[in-house]
Write a protein that binds this ligand. Structure first.
Ligand SMILES: *Cc1c(COP(=O)(O)O)cnc(C)c1O
Length: 392
């Protein structure tokens, strides 16, 4: 879209048009295609969690402004979750902040922590709100490109080190990584942590897919590494962990000083959100391990179904170690331009996907890659696979 179609949008945001998701979802509707573009589950999360939200609404809990930092029950549950899973101990009163989804947590963190002109290093392809939020905060984004290497997208640690300058303020990390499905290894995280300590950088780490790691991959929160707890803002999301993306409940865990900073920005964005849902998410976080392992097993089966189908249809598949996305390379199909491919795919095969190029500054680096979401019902994925085989 050209700027002439958005004459009032300021310079900071001029480069951010309508998101690709709006265009592709409209295309899906118009063509009756299966939408594997946008990453939302087509099955709601646990019944008992939904019932907890209904109870809260009926009992008049959360129908008026909840406390600014989030209701105490939820902050306690978030702290208990970090302790139980990662042995990370946070004080619910001073080190936990409930936000309007991870999206607000990212925005508030960047708005609070950046001075105009500060550089922020983020891996590309990156989640689409990162670039816009860095811009809104007046920061300068410095992408470090993840590149295909032996079946997955990997970080070049030398490139990361070389990207740090005297103006670098913050590393914006995402693991498990959307859209590539990469889960950073202990070695990679150790190197990132050492760099952050050595160059005295803040770290904002988006860990919304913490519960979706497969095979022998392990999610290791960056805050658990030496020297990191005091410089790291960790972000989680009930939307992703419990399949309630419409509830918009996210959270931040960090030191009191960092939490206070993020809360200062957050209070003037939404102030508070999702009152009754906060009570339900407090219960969700206390679900037994069996919930989390069943959730993971379900998504693993779906990953394998779609990965196998995409490979049979002729795509090169980067089997994700985490998240609910699969990135593919379309070059084995004789295609090179992911944008053109995704715009034509609904007509050709009745399926919608997202061109990864939209997640890059170096668009050419992302040109042949296309992302499919597998957080859909098995029957939907089976039908999508059947349709995609028409391409082979
Ligand atoms: C979905 C997503 C978010 C946003 O989460 P919400 O809780 O829905 O705001 C943030 N980061 C990544 C990487 C995501 O995929």
């Amino acid at each position: 879209m050209t700027s002439s179609t958005r004459p009032f949008l300021n310079r900071r945001l001029a480069e951010f048009g309508t998101t690709i998701f709006a265009e592709m979802s409209a295309l899906a509707l118009r063509t009756g295609s299966i939408n594997l573009g946008q990453g939302f589950p087509d099955t709601d999360g646990p019944e008992e969690v939904r019932e907890a939200a209904v109870r809260a609404l009926r009992d008049g809990r959360g129908n008026q402004y909840p406390p600014g930092p989030g209701i105490p029950e939820l902050r306690t549950a978030i702290a208990a979750h970090q302790e139980r899973r990662y042995e990370l101990s946070y004080d619910p009163d001073t080190e936990v902040l409930v936000t309007a989804g991870a999206t607000e947590a990212i925005a508030a963190s960047l708005l609070a922590l950046l001075e105009p002109g500060d550089e922020v290093i983020a891996f590309e392809p990156y989640y689409d709100s990162y670039a816009a939020c860095i811009a809104m905060a007046g920061g300068k984004r410095v992408p470090v490109t993840l590149r295909p290497h032996e079946g997955s997208f990997r970080l070049d640690l030398d490139e990361l080190r070389a990207a740090v300058t005297d103006r670098t303020r913050l590393l914006l990390i995402n693991t498990p990584h959307n859209p590539t499905g990469t889960v950073l290894t202990r070695e990679e995280l150790t190197a990132i942590a050492e760099l952050a300590v050595e160059r005295d950088l803040l770290v904002v780490t988006d860990e919304v897919y913490e519960h979706l790691v497969f095979d022998d991959a392990e999610h290791l929160p960056l805050a658990t590494f030496p020297g990191m707890r005091e410089r790291t803002v960790t972000i989680g999301s009930a939307g992703k962990s419990f399949s309630f993306t419409g509830w918009k409940v996210g959270w931040v865990t960090a030191t009191p000083a960092l939490t206070t900073a993020v809360r200062s920005a957050k209070q003037f964005l939404t102030y508070v959100a999702s009152g009754p849902f906060q009570y339900a998410v407090a219960e969700a976080l206390a679900l037994p391990d069996s919930y989390f392992s069943a959730f993971r097993a379900d998504m693993l089966a779906k990953r394998d179904l779609l990965a196998t189908g995409l490979a049979e249809a002729g795509f090169e598949v980067f089997k994700p170690a985490g998240t609910y996305f699969i990135t593919t390379d379309i070059r084995p199909l004789g295609e090179t331009d992911g944008f053109a491919f995704c715009r034509a795919l609904p007509e050709r095969a009745g399926v919608v996907a997202i061109p990864n190029a939209v997640f890059y500054d170096h668009r050419e680096a992302g040109a042949p890659f296309v992302r499919f979401a597998f957080c859909k019902q098995t029957g939907v994925l089976e039908e999508a696979v059947k349709r995609l085989k028409a391409l082979a």
